[in-house]
Design a protein around this ligand. Structure first.
Ligand SMILES: [Zn+2]
Length: 246
Protein backbone atom coordinates (compact mmCIF):
# COMPACT_ATOMS: atom_id res chain seq x y z
CA UNK A 1 0.00 0.00 0.00
CA UNK A 2 1.13 3.50 -0.74
CA UNK A 3 0.23 7.18 -0.88
CA UNK A 4 1.00 7.93 -4.53
CA UNK A 5 -0.27 6.46 -7.79
CA UNK A 6 -0.12 7.28 -11.46
CA UNK A 7 -3.26 8.71 -13.03
CA UNK A 8 -2.56 8.51 -16.76
CA UNK A 9 1.00 9.82 -16.53
CA UNK A 10 0.57 12.21 -13.63
CA UNK A 11 1.24 11.49 -9.98
CA UNK A 12 -1.80 11.66 -7.75
CA UNK A 13 -1.95 11.70 -3.95
CA UNK A 14 -4.41 9.33 -2.28
CA UNK A 15 -6.30 12.22 -0.69
CA UNK A 16 -7.09 13.60 -4.18
CA UNK A 17 -8.03 10.25 -5.74
CA UNK A 18 -11.46 8.68 -6.36
CA UNK A 19 -12.74 5.34 -5.14
CA UNK A 20 -13.38 2.46 -7.60
CA UNK A 21 -11.17 4.04 -10.21
CA UNK A 22 -8.11 2.25 -11.64
CA UNK A 23 -4.76 3.89 -11.07
CA UNK A 24 -1.29 2.48 -11.70
CA UNK A 25 1.61 1.74 -9.40
CA UNK A 26 4.62 3.97 -10.17
CA UNK A 27 6.91 1.03 -9.43
CA UNK A 28 5.36 -2.10 -11.00
CA UNK A 29 2.68 -0.36 -13.13
CA UNK A 30 -0.02 -2.78 -11.92
CA UNK A 31 -3.52 -1.56 -11.08
CA UNK A 32 -4.09 0.29 -7.83
CA UNK A 33 -7.34 1.24 -6.08
CA UNK A 34 -8.05 3.69 -3.31
CA UNK A 35 -9.07 2.65 0.20
CA UNK A 36 -9.15 4.03 3.74
CA UNK A 37 -11.55 6.23 5.59
CA UNK A 38 -12.22 8.12 8.78
CA UNK A 39 -9.95 5.90 10.91
CA UNK A 40 -7.32 5.02 8.35
CA UNK A 41 -5.26 7.27 6.13
CA UNK A 42 -6.40 7.13 2.52
CA UNK A 43 -3.97 4.99 0.55
CA UNK A 44 -3.69 2.91 -2.60
CA UNK A 45 -3.51 -0.87 -2.66
CA UNK A 46 -2.62 -3.31 -5.43
CA UNK A 47 -5.74 -4.94 -6.83
CA UNK A 48 -3.73 -8.11 -7.42
CA UNK A 49 -0.64 -9.38 -5.63
CA UNK A 50 2.57 -8.02 -7.05
CA UNK A 51 5.16 -9.86 -4.98
CA UNK A 52 8.28 -8.17 -6.35
CA UNK A 53 6.93 -4.62 -5.90
CA UNK A 54 8.26 -2.86 -2.82
CA UNK A 55 5.19 -0.60 -2.69
CA UNK A 56 2.90 -3.64 -2.60
CA UNK A 57 4.79 -5.12 0.38
CA UNK A 58 4.32 -2.00 2.47
CA UNK A 59 2.09 -2.38 5.53
CA UNK A 60 -0.03 0.19 7.35
CA UNK A 61 2.75 0.38 9.97
CA UNK A 62 5.15 1.27 7.20
CA UNK A 63 2.87 4.10 5.97
CA UNK A 64 2.54 5.41 9.51
CA UNK A 65 6.31 5.43 9.94
CA UNK A 66 6.63 7.39 6.67
CA UNK A 67 4.10 9.96 7.93
CA UNK A 68 5.86 10.14 11.32
CA UNK A 69 9.21 10.91 9.65
CA UNK A 70 7.65 13.51 7.39
CA UNK A 71 5.93 15.18 10.37
CA UNK A 72 9.32 15.60 12.12
CA UNK A 73 10.94 17.40 9.19
CA UNK A 74 10.54 21.12 8.46
CA UNK A 75 7.20 21.83 6.78
CA UNK A 76 7.18 21.03 3.07
CA UNK A 77 10.70 19.56 2.98
CA UNK A 78 10.05 15.84 3.42
CA UNK A 79 8.52 14.27 0.29
CA UNK A 80 6.75 10.92 0.54
CA UNK A 81 7.41 8.23 -2.07
CA UNK A 82 9.67 10.37 -4.16
CA UNK A 83 10.62 8.56 -7.38
CA UNK A 84 14.25 8.70 -8.52
CA UNK A 85 13.89 7.59 -12.11
CA UNK A 86 17.65 7.52 -12.86
CA UNK A 87 18.08 4.59 -10.46
CA UNK A 88 14.53 3.19 -10.72
CA UNK A 89 13.80 3.62 -7.01
CA UNK A 90 11.11 5.24 -4.90
CA UNK A 91 12.33 6.68 -1.61
CA UNK A 92 9.98 6.31 1.38
CA UNK A 93 10.72 9.89 2.46
CA UNK A 94 13.13 12.13 0.56
CA UNK A 95 14.71 15.18 2.20
CA UNK A 96 16.68 16.47 -0.73
CA UNK A 97 17.58 19.78 0.89
CA UNK A 98 19.76 17.80 3.33
CA UNK A 99 20.76 15.11 0.83
CA UNK A 100 18.92 12.40 2.78
CA UNK A 101 16.45 9.67 1.94
CA UNK A 102 14.77 7.69 4.71
CA UNK A 103 14.25 4.00 4.03
CA UNK A 104 11.82 2.33 6.41
CA UNK A 105 12.20 -1.42 6.63
CA UNK A 106 9.49 -3.54 8.23
CA UNK A 107 10.08 -6.76 6.28
CA UNK A 108 13.11 -9.00 5.73
CA UNK A 109 15.67 -7.81 3.19
CA UNK A 110 18.86 -9.36 1.83
CA UNK A 111 22.20 -7.71 2.59
CA UNK A 112 22.86 -7.40 -1.13
CA UNK A 113 19.58 -5.55 -1.77
CA UNK A 114 20.09 -3.23 1.22
CA UNK A 115 23.63 -2.30 0.20
CA UNK A 116 22.62 -1.88 -3.45
CA UNK A 117 19.83 0.48 -2.44
CA UNK A 118 22.21 2.61 -0.33
CA UNK A 119 24.77 2.59 -3.15
CA UNK A 120 22.18 3.68 -5.75
CA UNK A 121 21.22 6.69 -3.63
CA UNK A 122 24.88 7.48 -2.99
CA UNK A 123 25.42 7.66 -6.77
CA UNK A 124 22.95 10.57 -6.73
CA UNK A 125 24.72 12.24 -3.81
CA UNK A 126 22.09 11.12 -1.29
CA UNK A 127 22.62 9.30 2.00
CA UNK A 128 20.13 6.55 2.80
CA UNK A 129 19.13 6.59 6.47
CA UNK A 130 17.66 3.21 7.42
CA UNK A 131 14.91 2.94 9.98
CA UNK A 132 14.44 -0.70 10.92
CA UNK A 133 11.16 -1.63 12.53
CA UNK A 134 11.44 -3.45 15.84
CA UNK A 135 8.70 -5.91 14.85
CA UNK A 136 11.19 -7.55 12.58
CA UNK A 137 14.59 -6.16 13.65
CA UNK A 138 16.58 -5.57 16.85
CA UNK A 139 16.10 -9.18 17.97
CA UNK A 140 18.72 -11.47 19.46
CA UNK A 141 19.59 -12.93 16.08
CA UNK A 142 20.55 -10.53 13.30
CA UNK A 143 20.17 -11.03 9.59
CA UNK A 144 23.21 -10.29 7.42
CA UNK A 145 21.47 -7.11 6.21
CA UNK A 146 20.88 -5.79 9.74
CA UNK A 147 24.47 -6.48 10.79
CA UNK A 148 25.76 -4.62 7.72
CA UNK A 149 23.30 -1.71 7.95
CA UNK A 150 24.00 -1.08 11.65
CA UNK A 151 27.53 -0.10 10.67
CA UNK A 152 26.25 3.01 8.87
CA UNK A 153 23.27 5.39 9.16
CA UNK A 154 20.79 2.97 10.62
CA UNK A 155 18.38 3.28 13.52
CA UNK A 156 15.29 1.56 14.89
CA UNK A 157 11.64 2.57 15.06
CA UNK A 158 8.66 1.39 17.09
CA UNK A 159 5.99 3.43 15.23
CA UNK A 160 2.77 1.40 15.29
CA UNK A 161 -0.44 1.37 13.18
CA UNK A 162 -1.70 4.36 15.13
CA UNK A 163 1.43 6.34 14.35
CA UNK A 164 2.75 6.21 17.94
CA UNK A 165 6.33 5.32 18.73
CA UNK A 166 9.89 6.56 18.55
CA UNK A 167 13.03 6.53 16.44
CA UNK A 168 16.12 5.45 18.36
CA UNK A 169 19.71 4.30 18.39
CA UNK A 170 21.25 1.99 20.98
CA UNK A 171 24.52 0.76 22.34
CA UNK A 172 24.96 -2.90 21.46
CA UNK A 173 27.50 -5.65 21.25
CA UNK A 174 27.26 -7.89 18.21
CA UNK A 175 29.19 -11.13 17.77
CA UNK A 176 28.70 -12.70 14.38
CA UNK A 177 24.94 -13.02 13.93
CA UNK A 178 24.12 -12.55 17.63
CA UNK A 179 23.31 -9.45 19.59
CA UNK A 180 24.82 -10.33 22.94
CA UNK A 181 24.21 -7.01 24.65
CA UNK A 182 21.64 -4.29 24.05
CA UNK A 183 21.53 -0.94 25.85
CA UNK A 184 18.37 1.12 26.43
CA UNK A 185 16.78 3.02 23.50
CA UNK A 186 18.47 6.39 22.86
CA UNK A 187 15.90 8.69 21.28
CA UNK A 188 17.20 10.57 18.27
CA UNK A 189 16.09 13.77 16.60
CA UNK A 190 15.76 13.23 12.86
CA UNK A 191 14.95 16.89 12.17
CA UNK A 192 18.47 18.23 12.77
CA UNK A 193 21.06 16.18 10.87
CA UNK A 194 24.72 16.69 11.81
CA UNK A 195 27.84 16.01 9.78
CA UNK A 196 31.29 15.13 11.12
CA UNK A 197 34.63 16.28 9.67
CA UNK A 198 34.49 13.46 7.09
CA UNK A 199 30.99 14.43 6.01
CA UNK A 200 29.43 11.40 7.72
CA UNK A 201 25.88 11.93 8.81
CA UNK A 202 24.58 11.52 12.36
CA UNK A 203 21.71 12.83 14.46
CA UNK A 204 21.36 14.49 17.88
CA UNK A 205 20.98 11.80 20.52
CA UNK A 206 22.56 8.95 18.57
CA UNK A 207 25.65 7.00 19.66
CA UNK A 208 28.01 9.09 17.57
CA UNK A 209 26.57 12.31 18.95
CA UNK A 210 26.98 11.04 22.54
CA UNK A 211 30.56 10.05 21.77
CA UNK A 212 31.32 13.59 20.58
CA UNK A 213 29.52 15.15 23.51
CA UNK A 214 31.35 13.35 26.31
CA UNK A 215 34.35 15.52 27.34
CA UNK A 216 37.75 14.07 26.41
CA UNK A 217 39.39 12.26 29.32
CA UNK A 218 42.88 13.61 30.22
CA UNK A 219 45.64 11.00 29.95
CA UNK A 220 46.72 9.64 33.36
CA UNK A 221 49.60 11.71 34.76
CA UNK A 222 52.68 10.29 36.47
CA UNK A 223 51.45 11.71 39.75
CA UNK A 224 48.04 10.06 39.63
CA UNK A 225 49.75 6.80 38.65
CA UNK A 226 51.95 7.00 41.77
CA UNK A 227 48.89 7.80 43.87
CA UNK A 228 47.13 4.68 42.55
CA UNK A 229 50.24 2.62 43.28
CA UNK A 230 50.44 4.01 46.82
CA UNK A 231 46.77 3.24 47.41
CA UNK A 232 47.39 -0.31 46.19
CA UNK A 233 50.27 -0.81 48.62
CA UNK A 234 48.19 0.64 51.45
CA UNK A 235 45.40 -1.84 50.71
CA UNK A 236 47.81 -4.78 50.70
CA UNK A 237 49.32 -3.52 53.97
CA UNK A 238 45.92 -3.24 55.66
CA UNK A 239 44.73 -6.63 54.45
CA UNK A 240 48.00 -8.14 55.78
CA UNK A 241 47.38 -6.47 59.13
CA UNK A 242 43.83 -7.81 59.13
CA UNK A 243 44.91 -11.39 58.42
CA UNK A 244 47.62 -11.18 61.12
CA UNK A 245 45.16 -9.95 63.75
CA UNK A 246 42.83 -12.94 63.18
ZN1 LIG B 1 3.50 -1.90 -7.42
Amino acid sequence: MQFYALDENEFILASSAKRHKDYRCPECLNILRLRGGPHRHLHFYHLQASPSCKQHQKSLTHLQAQLAVQALLPEGEGVLEKPFLQIGRIADVAWEKQGIVFEIQCSPISAAEALERSEDYRSLGLTAVWLLHTRRFNKRLLSAAEAKLRQSSCYFTTINEKGQGIFYDQYEVIRGARRIHRGPPLKISLATPLFDAHGSLYFPGDLKDREYESPPQPPPTKRSFLKTLKRGYKMIFYSLLESLSK
